[in-house]
Design a protein around this ligand. Structure first.
Ligand SMILES: Cc1ncc(COP(=O)(O)O)c(C=O)c1O
Length: 450
């Protein structure tokens, strides 16, 4: 339960079963359950009140570094090395220039209200131009600027999905997307990815058998597998999705991070305009802190998404939008250095893991930010717990799936500098040895949380 709380798979303030019921369900003695609940309370993972039962909590020292959701990203106030999130640092000098240029343009906007429900016109035009360049003709009216890709996905859910609707997902997939589905009370329909990528027959069968309201796919350097759908796969996926008239969300968050691959034309090129929303943003290719994303769809859908947005958030900050437009214009100059550095980091982490844990199977992705490691043993959650002892913050495989799948997997980002990654690989290997030597229930990391 401690692992599930730390990992965000068991929400905070979840009521735990009564001791008698749990003892019965697990076929253990009541004393064992009482002792386990006592241990959880002692280490800050549970609280009880007479008459109100027992519920999950976090120890004060862990609050802010883990919780019921995937957030917060980035520096978490602890001194653990964050290998749980996959977001590179900003290209500092280039971004400073981008913001300086944005500030120079700001005076033009000061006499206006500064509210732009659909987004700043120059940013919508810049985003539309990048789609057009990639072979998907797009007008600024087909673009809604959002506060990141994740917000774009949440808007689609709120505009399209009703509680109980099925949503087809790649399996594994991006954890915040799974959380957003849960929050929308949607039912995920996971379709396994194979080691080669999308099994189009399995997708077509799932579409036929479950008639999902929506499909959510990440065809470009998929998170967490790093897979890239090739052109024939895109065409075949599109045929199945079109035939079943499924509204499709194409998440292109990582599309710019091609390390050694040519990215085919956007999946949306093959799909009907009226039922396709392509989402993306500047987080991975420029900087997560910019918080600029977008949705691209037909104008009617964009209006629906904007109406959904207006209920929670009426406009993005003008300076950030000016900076994003500027960064998009400068992207041809900015990206090569980012990609060259990521290539070095990816190769360094792969080599270090091959040395440190040769028994793992680590596929080298042709783009994106992460390695989806097969540890060969179902120990991922224990590995995350052991990682704390070695100063690591890790993301367990099951975070990327539904129903506890992927216990053999660990996602490792190569977003840190090479020397940090080489050191991290050694620590991960030590944590792996500790995890595999553990009895079935690991002790709480007393040194960290006591
Ligand atoms: C597939 C995928 N979608 C969405 C996001 C969220 O992106 P943003 O920071 O633009 O909200 C991420 C970030 O890791 C991602 O990998």
């Amino acid at each position: 339960m401690r692992l599930l709380v730390l990992d965000g798979r068991l929400a905070l303030e979840t009521r735990l079963p009564g001791e008698r019921d749990l003892a019965h369900a697990l076929d253990v003695s009541r004393t064992t359950v009482t002792a386990a609940y006592d241990a959880l309370r002692r280490h800050g993972y549970a609280a009880s009140r007479q008459g109100s039962g027992t519920w999950t909590t976090l120890p004060a020292s862990a609050a802010g570094s883990a919780g019921s959701s995937w957030a917060p990203f980035g520096p978490d106030g602890s001194d653990r090395l964050d290998l749980a999130h996959a977001a590179p640092e900003a290209p500092t000098r280039a971004l400073r220039d981008v913001y300086a240029a944005a500030l120079e343009q700001l005076p033009r906007h000061l006499p206006t209200s500064g509210y732009h429900l659909f987004g700043l016109p120059e940013l919508r035009a810049a985003i539309a131009a990048t789609f057009t360049e990639r072979g998907l003709p797009t007008t600024p009216e087909q673009v809604l600027v959002t506060a990141g890709t994740q917000q774009a996905f949440s808007l689609v859910l709120s505009a399209v999905v009703d509680p109980g609707d099925r949503v087809l997902i790649d399996h594994p997939t991006y954890p915040n997307a799974i959380d957003a589905l849960r929050r929308a009370s949607a039912r995920p329909v996971p379709v396994p990815l194979t080691s080669d990528g999308w099994d189009v027959d399995a997708v077509a069968a799932a579409l036929r058998q479950t008639a999902p309201r929506l499909a959510y796919l990440i065809p470009d350097f998929h998170n967490p597998t790093g897979l890239l759908a090739d052109q024939p796969t895109r065409a075949a996926l599109a045929t199945a999705l079109t035939r079943s008239r499924t509204v499709t969300v194409v998440d292109e968050t990582n599309v710019d991070l091609a390390l050694d691959a040519d990215v085919p034309a956007p999946l949306a090129c093959h799909l009907p305009g009226a039922s396709t929303v392509t989402i993306g943003g500047t987080s991975k290719s420029i900087w997560g802190g910019l918080r600029v994303g977008w949705a691209r769809a037909d104008t009617q859908t964009i209006r629906r998404l904007a109406a959904a947005r207006a209920t929670m958030d009426i406009s993005s900050p003008v300076v950030e939008q000016l900076a994003a437009a500027e960064a998009l214009h400068r992207r041809p100059d900015l990206l090569p250095a980012t990609l060259a550095e990521l290539r070095l980091r990816r190769d360094a982490l792969v080599s270090a893991l091959n040395r440190q844990v040769p028994q793992w199977h680590v596929r080298v992705p042709s783009g994106g930010l992460v390695l989806w490691c097969d540890t060969g043993l179902a120990v991922s959650s224990r590995l995350v717990a052991a990682g704390e002892r070695y100063g690591l913050r890790l993301a367990a495989g099951p975070r990327f799936g539904v129903d506890g799948a992927f216990e053999r997997r660990l996602r490792l980002p190569y977003t840190h500098p090479v020397d940090v990654l080489e050191n991290a690989a050694g620590l991960v290997a030590q944590a792996f040895r500790t995890a595999t030597a553990m009895p079935s229930a690991p002790e709480p990391p007393v040194d960290t949380f006591a």
